[in-house]
Design a protein around this ligand. Structure first.
Ligand code: ZN
Length: 236
């Protein structure tokens, strides 16, 4: 056993660390959520991590996208992230992917066990949810807006992002968020992914965890499957 993981193996069933090492996960979006999420997944010891993002690092990213530093401004996010993360944990295998589109989503998703949605726009969220459900992949959803955020997990048979009726959609304009909100949401997403890989604990299914960091509150919002949902309606 690698001593690196000695402080967590006792939390897992026998063979759990090896199982994580044999697990693969795709992070869609290497921004505010993707940055801390990637750190925690690498720290936990996932074996293979894909990162889908076509963007370049901008100076305005640095308040929350903690994978990057000023020397990487203008450079590819995936290349910059992989360079940083390899220094952090070189036992993880990384693969860069372009931005997810209707044309490439199924092919890219099919190479991974678990998907994490760290994007910042509604059309891509819908595409990610639908593709994950069609391919029967576990999906960790998360979003932030200002001092607020939400987390929910999605799998076949459960409510999806399309069933979630948020009073204020995340990422709606203006896009302003503090890094700490992204970190809080991403940490919960990371925990959901680790539990899913190991088949332990209870996932955040059929509900959303709503974080109101400004007022210091976290509450649970039940989410029922919507038979008219444009994403999961009629799929199962
Ligand atoms: Zn749905």
């Amino acid at each position: 056993m690698n001593d690196r993981y000695i402080r967590q193996v006792g939390l897992f069933p026998p063979g759990g660390q090896k199982k994580l090492g044999n697990s693969s996960i795709l992070i869609v979006g290497a921004g505010g959520l993707g940055s801390p999420l990637l750190y925690y997944l690498c720290a936990a010891g996932f074996g293979r991590i894909g990162i889908a993002d076509s963007g370049a690092v901008e100076v305005s990213n640095l308040n929350r996208q903690i994978l990057y530093d000023p020397s990487q401004i203008g450079f590819s996010k995936t290349a910059s992230a992989i360079k940083r993360l390899r220094e952090f944990n070189d036992s993880v295998q990384f693969t860069p992917h372009p931005h997810i589109t209707e044309d490439n989503a199924r092919e890219i998703f099919s190479g991974y066990d678990i998907i994490a949605d760290c994007t910042d726009n509604e059309p891509t969220r819908f595409l990610i949810n639908k593709t994950a459900l069609i391919l029967d992949k576990f999906l960790a959803e998360g979003g932030i807006n200002g001092f607020s955020g939400f987390v929910m997990s999605v799998k076949r048979g459960c409510a999806c992002y399309g069933c979630l009726k948020l009073p204020h959609k995340p990422d709606s304009k203006p896009i302003a968020s503090i890094g700490a909100a992204a970190g809080a949401v991403a940490s919960l997403q990371a925990a959901e992914c680790i539990k899913a890989a190991l088949s332990i604990g209870e996932g955040v299914f059929n509900k959303a965890l709503m974080l109101d960091i400004f007022n210091g509150g976290v509450f649970e919002m039940p989410v029922e499957r919507d038979p008219q949902c444009p994403l999961c309606g009629g799929l199962y």
